[in-house]
Design a protein around this ligand. Structure first.
Ligand code: NDP
Length: 328
């Protein structure tokens, strides 16, 4: 998509992921070297002080393409006329908190943000990062007049993690790995699909002989990667989450190379026998205008089908929780 100027809202802009995203958003890397960028930085009121500090650093980077930054705790001001909404801010999971409590705690944030999107530009696109991302995206979508096909939740990080594992196992550069699909929820139930992935244009199952690994440790490593990073680093992944969110934006903004696809959680239309009405990760392509289409016709084994159904079941449960709470 070629444009001269883009207005981007980032929620949770003073958080860890926001900190890793902001310089790259303003540098020209994401929207191109000829596109100026205005940033709307949304935070909760107590975090506005920290946000000031982040904005000071952004100013000190002296990015030539950054025309303006608006720092605000007012969602309507943040979303007025935006082309992109990067929904990163969410309530953190407290110790011992159940997933259901997290879902309900985040509900009001995403109903309000969905409604405020009505002030966005006609071409607005949204990527939800804040967890539970799929269901937060469903809440925002359900509370907004913006067309459903503009909303996605981030599973690109899971795709990137899967690509990196496959490249390491095959002993090749990550650039050799393509067409890794992620099915389902951005959670431990997500299914990284190696059966349709390619290494150097050849099926992964032909390149990697260790099929037990592909059906076992590969999947559990990708599913558990977030926790492994927390265990090693003492903090949750932020750089890789930010990078994946920007990969998502770039993949939506540019046409997908022929024969390739990327992972994004979008509204299910019943493709691959998955229930309609949940935000489920599929292999998708983008056209030249940022419209996403679910790739059809991938071969799914019985093994893969079982995994796809397990993650679908989790999303249906999450939907029930927010539906019962009147959030949809
Ligand atoms: P981070 O910036 O590290 O994370 C933000 C969100 O991204 C969390 O929900 C986190 O989920 C999620 N996330 C999704 N995928 C990943 C991943 N792979 N790795 C890590 N995180 C992932 O959180 P911070 O606490 O540093 O910052 C959050 C900011 O959001 C705070 O500044 C807070 O004030 C703000 N906030 C803003 C709101 C708003 O603008 N209306 C509302 C609520 C909060 P998880 O918790 O599961 O790691």
């Amino acid at each position: 998509m070629q444009r001269n100027h883009v207005t981007v809202a980032l929620t949770g802009a003073a958080g860890n992921i926001g900190y890793a995203m902001l310089p790259r958003l303003a540098s020209g890397e994401v929207f191109g070297p000829d596109t100026t960028v205005e940033l709307r930085l949304l935070e909760i009121t107590p975090a506005l002080g920290a946000l000031e500090g982040v904005a000071m650093e952004m100013n000190d980077c002296a990015f030539p393409l950054l025309t303006k930054m608006v720092l605000t705790d007012d969602v309507e001001e943040a979303f007025d006329g935006i082309n992109w909404g990067l929904f990163v801010g969410a309530k953190p999971r407290g110790k011992g908190m159940l997933r259901g409590d997290l879902i309900l705690g985040n509900g009001p944030i995403f109903t309000g943000q969905g409604k405020a999107l009505n002030k966005a530009a006609d071409d607005v696109r949204v990527i939800v990062v804040g967890n539970p991302a799929n269901t937060n995206a469903l809440i925002a979508m359900s509370n907004s007049d913006v067309p459903n096909d503009r909303f996605a939740a981030l599973t690109r990080l899971d795709q990137n993690r899967a690509m990196s594992q496959l490249a390491a196992k095959a002993g090749v550069a990550v650039s050799e790995v393509t067409n890794v699909a992620i099915f389902g929820n951005h959670s431990k139930t997500m299914y990284p699909d190696a059966e349709n992935a390619l290494i150097g244009g050849k099926p992964v199952y032909d390149v990697i002989d260790d099929h037990d690994w592909l059906r076992g440790d590969f999947i559990s490593t990708v599913q558990g990667r977030g926790k492994a990073v927390i265990d090693a680093r003492g903090k949750s992944s932020a750089m890789s989450a930010a990078s994946a969110a920007l990969d998502h934006v770039m993949s939506v903004e540019r046409p997908t190379p022929a024969g390739q696809h990327f992972a994004a959680a979008v509204l299910s239309d019943g493709s691959y026998g998955i229930s309609e009405g949940i935000i489920y990760s599929f292999p998708v392509t983008s056209d030249d205008n940022g419209n996403l289409e679910i790739v059809q016709g991938l071969t799914i084994s019985d093994f893969g089908r079982e995994k796809m159904k397990a993650t679908e079941a989790e999303l249906l449960e999450e939907k029930q929780v927010v539906s019962d709470a009147g959030l949809l």
